[in-house]
Design a protein around this ligand. Structure first.
Ligand SMILES: [Cu+2]
Length: 169
């Protein structure tokens, strides 16, 4: 019986490590598999990966994934659904060079007219418009070269929590 309890504790702490302290119980990797993608085509396009943003406030806000894995140099569509329940929680989805979240967020701060992304930002591969609550927005773009990139929500104050790995291979 004692052994059994110890095992549960170990399992629980492993789980806590991989899920941060933010309670991402809905969090799941999104790995490109042609059969699993929606055939729906918002802008005359191909493969769509749906990402859901949720949370009623700054401590709950989250994407439903921390890892998106897609082919390199392929045109795909990201469908961002904003399921946040409070009007102060607009979100976007921005694909950026690895490690540039703060730079992109700071640079975008003044650019409400461009979904809080600086139009000239060389760290940005692509971004959706801002999605207000209950809105869905799309990004159709050609994925970057093979490597490890990131995605964030660049809405002011969000990119620290709303981010994940965007792997192309
Ligand atoms: Cu956000």
């Amino acid at each position: 019986m004692k052994k059994y309890s110890a095992l549960i504790i170990i399992t629980t702490s492993l789980f806590a490590c991989t899920n941060n302290s933010n309670g991402f119980e809905k969090n799941q990797d999104k790995i490109y598999e042609p059969a699993s993608l929606e055939a729906s085509t918002p802008i005359d396009t191909r493969d769509t990966i749906t990402v859901i943003a949720s949370g009623a406030n700054m401590s709950e806000m989250q994407f439903d994934t921390k890892l998106i894995k897609v082919p390199a140099q392929k045109q795909i569509t990201i469908k961002l659904v904003n399921e946040s329940t409070d009007a102060t929680m607009p979100h976007n989805f921005v694909v950026i060079k690895n490690g540039t979240a703060n730079d992109v967020g700071q640079a975008g701060y003044k650019h409400l007219d461009n979904a809080y992304v600086s139009p000239q930002d060389e760290n940005v591969f692509g971004h959706t418009p801002l999605a207000q609550i209950n809105e869905t927005v799309y990004l159709t773009f050609t994925t970057p070269n093979a490597g490890e990139h990131q995605f964030i929500c660049s809405y002011p104050g969000h990119w620290g929590m709303m981010k994940g790995s965007f792997i192309t291979e």
